[in-house]
Write a protein that binds this ligand. Structure first.
Ligand code: 6PG
Length: 250
């Protein structure tokens, strides 16, 4: 699939351009099938962090549908989140709610192994610490002593943000915590987000990017000018799964 426009050559990691959003989801589903089988076989658990946004909807539908549902050892999945808005877990804007309704409610994950970010608490700093303690307690240490997730699924915002690491915000400079509060004047909601040290300690980070509205953000990221550009796992794999519209090669 080397339909890659020249502007994207600056992206770190491996880049695959697929026909459309469905093909991106299919590629991600296949990768997760392999990755989760491999990791479950060696460590008895697959620790994955999910993102919000619209992009993972196609993947989540695929994973919970007839073709893929039976391919995973769901009870061995430990599910975390890359970011969350400061809303109750049943709020329409909650990433946890989205993941639950589109994926987690339809597969036999162990509810005790689904760890939503407690961003609805009164004190976001305390909630960030609480989530960091959960990650630290559950996961082995990775680069920089950060808890090492087996996989993080990320999206790319039109302004180049990823997780809730927004351009020009203090969260981008946090180097001594695994989780932090995040707020951008121009984006709705206070939030919690994984920090760069946490994201870059993961074994596998996969960006899912689709749609023509992402062309500029991808180019800016390839040029190193967005928060997403600083996602560069230290001792892990980075993979960009992009559709042709987002790559500007539609
Ligand atoms: C969120 C995210 C965010 C998202 C991007 C892309 O909670 O909104 O985790 O980083 O992945 O904004 O969003 P879309 O997939 O909706 O374009």
């Amino acid at each position: 699939m080397p339909d890659l426009s020249a502007q994207l050559h600056g992206l770190h990691g491996d880049v695959e351009v697929h026909k459309d959003d469905a093909a991106v989801a299919e590629a991600a589903a296949k990768l997760l099938t392999r990755q989760s089988a491999e990791v479950c076989a060696t460590s008895g658990r697959f620790a994955v962090a999910l993102s919000g946004g619209h992009t993972p909807a196609t993947l989540f539908a695929l994973l919970s549908g007839d073709m893929y549902r039976t391919r995973f050892d769901w009870p061995l999945w430990a599910v975390y989140f890359a970011d969350e808005r400061a809303v109750p877990p049943d709020d329409p804007a909650s990433n946890y709610r989205f993941a639950r309704e589109t994926l987690l409610d339809h597969v036999p994950v162990d509810p005790h192994r689904v760890h939503r970010m407690p961003a609805d608490g009164p004190d976001l700093d305390a909630a960030a610490d609480e989530y960091a303690v959960t990650l630290h307690g559950d996961l082995a240490e990775g680069p920089g002593h950060a808890p090492r997730l087996d996989c993080i699924l990320l999206g790319l915002g039109e302004n180049g943000h990823t997780a809730s690491l927004f351009p020009g915000t203090p969260a981008l400079t946090v180097t001594d915590r695994w989780v932090t509060r995040a707020r951008a004047d121009y984006a709705p909601f206070d939030r919690l987000t994984l920090t760069y040290p946490m994201i870059n300690a993961a074994a596998l980070v996969v960006f899912l990017v689709s749609g023509a509205s992402k062309v500029e953000a991808l180019r800016e990221t390839a040029a190193g000018r967005t928060p997403a550009a600083a996602v560069q796992p230290e001792n892990g794999r980075l993979l960009w799964l992009i559709d042709a519209a987002a790559a500007g090669s539609d």
